[in-house]
Design a protein around this ligand. Structure first.
Ligand code: PMP
Length: 382
């Protein structure tokens, strides 16, 4: 079979042509350093300013609340380290969830080693965060709460708006959302966060572009020191072409929001209905998860082997399991939701951009069924 079926859009998507055009045009015309005081520098700075303005409009924030960065990983690191380092005299308690991406989780673990009082919120199989646990943790010494908007493995949509209101009612903590899987896919109300992280390449932008929204009143320390670009929050010569390309990617994502969502819903429900009919499959993503992510687990087969077989048939999906039978890769997100180790080791994530056709879903189901019958059940895991 020749047609490539790419159901791994939560990992990354192909860069949009218009985004690449923006990058090339700006690189050719506005190559000067936007900090330079000569005419070419001023012109580059104007382009940067336009990109910032356009993005701010789409995200419903102020222009000077955008900090251009290289990725969501950098945005998450800056948000967590920056707030914790700057506000540690007020308190040491910081809170996140047990489902976060490693770019949040690993920073919290680091903060734990540094002596912060770190708490991880539980959640259930339906993607409900334990808000009673959050409520009990909300003492005056909480300085920071970080919560992802959409989970990258299961598609859970966490109720960050409600959590934000609870946090603000009882503490002076700053509230961060990791919106990497939500931008251009789920509605985000800018009244319910203090900081927001995102990455360009998840929405057709160029890998290496990203940003942090930092609302005006947030007290943040930089983690990179140098020339003081981006209002002192991110020293490094700013890439005007990358920032302009990010503005194009965000414009495209917002202007196609409804159309893509409708398509994502269609392919998702087609696949969900047909996966349900396969005995070896247990669906993980709840019905109210984002339509862009559909996760399921294999009860009798190794996900890594099925994924490799599908890849040999030009179908590209994502797993958390390791290929070698000795190594035990598993999804902590699925395990922490309350699923068994076996299912957490054998989960498969399908993720979409909102451009997929039902025909691709039909081929996927056929190929998955062939793969399951071609490859023997993994009896050692029973
Ligand atoms: N947060 C979430 C929820 C993600 O899905 C990802 C990417 N998988 C990141 C952060 C990190 O993004 P990047 O690799 O672009 O830094």
């Amino acid at each position: 079979m020749n047609k490539e079926i790419y159901f791994d859009c939560a990992s990354t998507v192909k860069t949009e042509k218009e985004v690449l055009d923006t990058f090339l045009n700006i690189s050719n015309q506005y190559y000067a350093n936007s900090s330079s005081t000569h005419r070419l520098g001023i012109e580059a700075d104007e382009i940067l300013s336009k990109a910032r303005e356009q993005i701010a409009r789409y995200l419903c924030v102020k222009k000077d609340e955008i900090i251009f960065l290289s990725s969501a990983t950098e945005a998450n690191n800056l948000a967590i380290q920056g707030v914790c380092n700057r506000n540690s005299k007020r308190g040491k308690r910081i809170i996140t969830t047990a489902a976060e991406h490693p770019s949040v989780m690993e920073v919290f673990k680091q903060k734990e080693k540094e002596g912060f009082d770190v708490h991880y919120l539980n959640y259930d199989k339906y993607g409900n965060i334990d808000l009673n646990q959050l409520n009990a943790l909300l003492t005056k010494d909480v300085i920071f709460v970080s919560m992802m908007k959409v989970n990258n493995e299961t598609g859970y949509i966490f109720d960050t708006d409600k959590a934000y209101k609870m946090v603000k009612e009882k503490t002076d903590a700053f509230f961060h959302i990791d919106a990497t899987q939500a931008i251009g896919k789920e509605k985000i109300d800018s009244s319910y966060y203090d900081l927001l992280s995102m990455s360009g390449h998840k929405i057709g932008g160029i890998k290496g572009s990203g940003l942090l929204v930092k609302k005006k009143d947030v007290l943040l320390s930089p983690i990179l020191f140098g020339g003081g670009q981006e209002d002192g929050y991110r020293s490094s010569t700013v890439s005007t072409p990358l920032c302009a390309s990010l503005a194009t990617a965000i414009r495209l994502a917002y202007s196609t929001f409804d159309k893509r969502r409708e398509k994502a819903l269609k392919i998702n429900s087609y696949l969900r209905e047909n996966l349900k009919k396969i005995d070896e499959v247990e669906i993980i993503s709840p019905i109210d998860a984002t339509p862009y992510i559909l996760s399921f687990a294999l009860k009798k087969h190794k996900a890594s082997i099925i994924s490799e077989d599908l890849s040999n048939h030009n179908i590209f999906i994502s797993t958390k399991s390791a290929c070698s039978s000795k190594e035990k890769g598993y999804s902590y997100v699925i395990k922490n939701a309350g699923y068994s180790q076996l299912l957490a080791e054998n989960s498969i994530r399908l993720s979409f951009s909102g451009k997929e056709e039902i025909e691709e879903g039909e081929i996927f189901i056929q190929e998955l069924k062939s793969s399951l019958s071609r490859i023997l059940e993994d009896r050692h895991e029973q």
